[in-house]
Design a protein around this ligand. Sequence first.
Ligand SMILES: *[C@@H]1O[C@H](CO)[C@@H](O)[C@H](O)[C@H]1NC(C)=O
Ligand SMILES: *[C@@H]1O[C@H](CO)[C@@H](O)[C@H](O)[C@H]1NC(C)=O
Ligand SMILES: *[C@@H]1O[C@H](CO)[C@@H](O)[C@H](O)[C@H]1NC(C)=O
Ligand SMILES: *[C@@H]1O[C@H](CO)[C@@H](O)[C@H](O)[C@H]1NC(C)=O
Ligand SMILES: *[C@@H]1O[C@H](CO)[C@@H](O)[C@H](O)[C@H]1NC(C)=O
Ligand SMILES: *[C@@H]1O[C@H](CO)[C@@H](O)[C@H](O)[C@H]1NC(C)=O
Ligand SMILES: *[C@@H]1O[C@H](CO)[C@@H](O)[C@H](O)[C@H]1NC(C)=O
Length: 300
Amino acid sequence: MASSQIAYLALIWAFVVHTAALLPSYIATACPITIDGRIPSNATIQTFDTTASPFNPTYTKGQNLTWSQIIKLPAIRPSKFDLPVHAKALEVTINDSSIFVPGGGSPQLGFRRAGLLLGNGSDASNVGVKTFHWSVKQDLDAKMNLTHEYMNAWHEADDYASNQFSFNTGVMLEQDKPADGNVSTTGLDRRLWKFLDRENDVLWTTGIEWDEWQNFAVTVDYENNTLQIYYSEGYDALEAVTSPISNDNSGGGQFQIGMLKKPTETVSVVYDGYQEQGIYEGQIYGGIFIEDSSSGCTST
Ligand SMILES: *[C@@H]1O[C@H](CO)[C@@H](O)[C@H](O)[C@H]1NC(C)=O
Ligand SMILES: *[C@@H]1O[C@H](CO)[C@@H](O)[C@H](O)[C@H]1NC(C)=O
Ligand SMILES: *[C@@H]1O[C@H](CO)[C@@H](O)[C@H](O)[C@H]1NC(C)=O
Ligand SMILES: *[C@@H]1O[C@H](CO)[C@@H](O)[C@H](O)[C@H]1NC(C)=O
Ligand SMILES: *[C@@H]1O[C@H](CO)[C@@H](O)[C@H](O)[C@H]1NC(C)=O
Ligand SMILES: *[C@@H]1O[C@H](CO)[C@@H](O)[C@H](O)[C@H]1NC(C)=O
Ligand SMILES: *[C@@H]1O[C@H](CO)[C@@H](O)[C@H](O)[C@H]1NC(C)=O
């Protein structure tokens, strides 16, 4: 073997050792995947404008924006369930142009939103027992303004009248307090992530981490009508942070993940209220997938 070849092999070996030391130990998923929202390592920004995207390329975003304008692929360590073949994190961003106009409807001037949709509302993620996974990380150059309420991940029923669960933060609007007056959301610290059930009752909260991945999962049992929440930080194993809690999981629907920034000083929430100008905000996501937990299995 020529010495140049040996030097080359030594270089590759050094690279392998170096890379192995840098990468976190990835966690394989344990259960059958129903819908995979993890980003293939060969995806580019343009992929999100096409049907090769794991998400719906058309919804839910500013009327005059494309997903390739909204999504960034930040060069950071991927989250724990992003196996080497799914090596990319993605960032969803909003700015003043993030105004959604539903087909045949009025512009949602109250919101600034960009939400990735998984599934079509009548697929296998709506039957049996499924666990919805996502990890989130903060972009310190594109922070949320927690004077506003944000809804960042939720499962919206097919009639759009309610969400089986939602994952919010910021100052909760008076309009979003539980109809049954049970656990008031409005007095909660703005810096908490808030997990809400179908009635908007708060099931569980935890603080926003500014430096680490935060990993969330929720098991939705459509047969027995319960929700159970799991959580961990960094590359730690998920742990159940609630027991299965009764919830009305009927009505089908879709999982949406991204950012929906609500206005302040609003009456209708959707169409009026105050949004400051000149915003640029983002949430970095990874490890988005829905798995089959009907055999009692949950990836942790
Ligand atoms: C990525 O690679 C897979 C498998 O080779 C292929 O099916 C897919 O079309 C590729 N995607 C892009 C965006 O190139
Ligand atoms: C929002 O971002 C898009 C994509 O970068 C850009 O084209 C658009 O001009 C921005 N809108 C505003 C109001 O800055
Ligand atoms: C999109 O662009 C059209 C044409 O310029 C404009 O009339 C419309 O108001 C824009 N929509 C939003 C939400 O800014
Ligand atoms: C939704 O997706 C599932 C699985 O891909 C498919 O079987 C079903 O026909 C789709 N439904 C609609 C209304 O497109
Ligand atoms: C409040 O909501 C929680 C969660 O939905 C439920 O377990 C509890 O029974 C409710 N309490 C009252 C007083 O309604
Ligand atoms: C649903 O509840 C029934 C009765 O309590 C129980 O036997 C069954 O195992 C539950 N199913 C799941 C998927 O937990
Ligand atoms: C946060 O939002 C409020 C209400 O829109 C606004 O008055 C305030 O200037 C914003 N703060 C920052 C730091 O952007």
